[in-house]
Write a protein that binds this ligand. Structure first.
Ligand code: SAM
Length: 272
């Protein structure tokens, strides 16, 4: 049985690289282990732009949370939140809204443990160790019930997450299940790996990346823009729609020059 076939919180397995810890390594974090670093370096040797995608994704997360704060959102459900690193959602939010509430969800034990330590003493934040493919374990968790008021608008974040959810887990239905809990005026933000408009050489490297993650037992799925857009069906897309990550309300012209620009999509929408 592969790891992805097992549902629920993951066991701590330091000898098998994890997507969360490799991502932490790509972002320059310290919460990764020998197997993660060896795997990340092996990937980087074949696919040199992976750390760039991680950084563009993180930058998108910062901008989209800023945009949602501008719209008055003060409570966030961050699915697949990862190992805490610079610019966590509660840090961005609480700088502007000191009592903003954030519930983080990740199934990876290092992400969970480190976030618990970091968040201790902040009554407005929590981390749940759960598999997002089990929405009730997330939505009905005591922490979610305590911190998130679903009768008011929520910012639902699925940033850098759905690329790890295979077709067998029906991501469209999964997104819909979470959306169904949201009050009108809530927002959904999604980012995802892409390759359909990338040059041939980069597309070949994406295939290499997918093959590498399959070996690491954490599968990556590449999707086209139309599929990602379909997850927002019935919502009001925030301009400029689902676009390459640096093109979404860019604050840094340098990012548009990044070789990794066509390798990730981001978008956000409001529930009417
Ligand atoms: N959202 C953060 C960001 O964009 O910077 C972290 C993204 S990181 C690439 C993806 C995270 O999703 C990892 O921490 C991984 O453990 C988590 N993840 C993947 N599949 C998951 C699942 N089924 N349930 C919970 N977490 C999951």
């Amino acid at each position: 049985m592969t790891a992805e076939a097992e549902y629920g919180p993951k066991e701590l397995q330091l000898d098998i690289p994890s997507a969360a810890r490799a991502y932490d390594y790509f972002l320059g974090g310290a919460h990764n282990f020998e197997a993660d670093r060896a795997f990340a370096e092996q990937v980087r040797a074949m696919v040199p732009w992976v750390p760039d995608v991680a950084k563009l994704n993180r930058s998108f997360l910062r901008r989209v949370v800023g945009y949602l704060l501008d719209q008055g959102i003060d409570q966030f459900l961050d699915l697949g939140s990862g190992i805490p690193t610079v610019g966590n959602v509660h840090e961005i939010a609480q700088q502007r809204v000191p009592d903003a509430r954030v519930v983080y969800v990740d199934y990876e034990p290092v992400a969970y443990k480190y976030a618990r330590t970091l968040l201790a003493g902040d009554p407005n934040t929590a981390i749940i160790q759960a598999d997002v493919r089990d929405p009730l374990a997330v939505l009905d968790a005591p922490e979610t019930r305590e911190l998130i008021d679903f009768s008011r608008p929520v910012g639902l974040l699925m940033v850098g997450l759905l690329l790890f959810i295979g077709p067998q887990d029906n991501p469209a239905e999964l997104v819909r299940t979470y959306r169904d809990r949201l009050a009108p005026g809530s927002y959904l933000a999604i980012s995802h790996i892409a390759d359909e408009h990338a040059p041939e050489e980069l597309r070949a490297q994406v295939a290499t990346l997918v093959a590498a993650y399959a070996q690491a037992n954490e599968h990556v799925y590449v999707r086209e823009r139309t599929e990602i857009e379909s997850w927002f069906d019935g919502m009001e897309m925030v301009e400029p729609g689902v676009v390459f990550l640096p093109d979404w309300r860019s604050e840094s012209p340098d990012e548009a020059q990044n070789v990794a620009r066509p390798l990730g999509y981001g978008g956000a929408a409001r529930l009417p």
